[in-house]
Design a protein around this ligand. Structure first.
Ligand SMILES: [Zn+2]
Ligand SMILES: [Zn+2]
Length: 379
């Protein structure tokens, strides 16, 4: 009898340890990576940390290509680590949940934006601005996850992601899932400063740079009832701007278009990812006007503005803005789906050569407006 109890105990112990080992098992996955600065995309097998009690595992369906992915692959913002799987706009389906997770169930749509963790206790985190965490937010890729054994994070051009459920965004079941991914960076990055600036009906709003971010900014400003002017450097996008509800289009390379614009705008959103004349835009702000900077050019092409310009154009404000907190990202997503605001996307298969080609087209300004990779096609 005693012997039986002994063996039952041993059996139970083995069962429990195997179960807990299985729970702690890393998740094998694969994606598309570059293996050196400015490298080509190739298949890459790697693993992610196990699904912890508060985590979910997402099977990635779609991953957006953000202009900042190019900057990272090109190491335009400083040293990077390779291999690198970029991608911080991802939409997919929950395939596994940790035992404490109540926000999601298996089968739900879920998304991840630019960050996957933060300290949760500093003032910024407590005020739902995790992107400004005083200890540093953990980036979705090219980050170091201090809460998961200092794992080097890899992004969304991949099959699966494991993330703390409170850093995942709920995607409504009726969303156009193939278009959702870019909302999680391009969408929130333009939505947040528009809301912060308090843009309202009748305001004159300028959107400078009409690409992935800019075309989202136009849609949000139009939805709020603003009178929108789009600025870009090409004629090619004039019709697109009008179609999205802009009232005016300024080709910055056409001097006639730029006449009589000083002291015009309540708010300007600059999404420009390269060097430009900031003072030109500052002069276009009305008294008390505001300009938000969300486009971040490479360090070698960073625009500057001399202090005297601020004094001559006094009581206008320029502020920077970086994505949005998790709460605001959820608000943005719900607002976008409810108001049918989506990016215009070109969907490509998950093949290295197609991503290389997409990068080239983005560099050459040839995309309208966002590439999305269909991760289900990854071989
Ligand atoms: Zn981005
Ligand atoms: Zn924090």
């Amino acid at each position: 009898m005693k012997k039986n109890i002994f063996f039952t105990m041993i059996g139970l112990f083995l069962l429990l340890t195997t179960a807990s080992a299985q729970n702690k098992k890393r998740i094998p996955t694969k994606g598309l990576a570059v293996f050196e600065e400015k490298g080509k995309f190739k298949p890459y097998e790697f693993s992610r940390h196990a699904v912890g009690d508060n985590d979910i595992q997402i099977e990635i369906l779609y991953a957006g290509i953000c202009h900042s992915d190019l900057h990272h692959v090109h190491a335009a913002w400083g040293k990077e680590e390779f291999p690198m799987v970029p991608g911080h706009e991802l939409a997919g389906r929950v395939v596994k949940i940790g035992k404490n997770v109540t926000k999601f169930k298996v089968g739900d749509y879920a998304g991840i934006g630019c960050m996957v963790g933060s300290c949760r206790v500093c003032d910024a985190c407590k005020q739902n601005h995790e992107q400004y965490c005083e200890h540093g937010a953990i980036m979705t890729y090219h980050g170091v996850d201090r809460y998961n054994d200092n794992e080097h994070t890899q992004g969304g051009y991949s099959k699966d992601y494991v993330v703390a459920s409170d850093f995942a965004i709920k995607i409504p079941a009726d969303a156009q899932i193939e278009k959702v991914a870019p909302l999680l960076c391009a969408g929130i990055t333009s939505y947040s400063p528009i809301m912060y600036a308090g843009v309202k009906r009748g305001d004159k709003v300028g959107i400078a740079g009409f690409g992935g971010l800019g075309h989202m900014g136009v849609q949000y400003a139009v939805a709020l009832g603003a009178d929108v002017t789009v600025f870009d450097i090409t004629e090619d996008k004039r019709q697109d701007a009008m179609r999205m509800g802009a009232k005016h289009y300024v080709n910055v390379n056409n001097p006639d278009d730029l006449k009589d614009l000083n002291n015009t705008f309540n708010f300007i959103l600059s999404t420009i990812p390269t060097n430009y004349d900031m003072n030109m835009y500052l002069k276009m702000l009305k008294y008390d006007g505001q300009m938000a900077i969300v486009g971040l050019p490479p360090f070698a092409q960073m625009p500057t503005i001399s202090l005297d310009k601020f004094i001559w154009q006094g009581n206008r404000k320029i502020f920077g803005s970086q994505i949005g907190g998790i709460k605001e990202t959820q608000e943005m997503l719900d607002y976008s789906v409810k108001n049918n605001i989506y990016p215009e996307v070109v969907i490509i298969d998950a093949e290295g050569s197609l991503v290389d080609e997409a990068y080239k087209n983005i560099m050459d300004g040839k995309v309208k407006f966002r590439y999305v990779i269909d991760m289900k096609t990854l071989k």
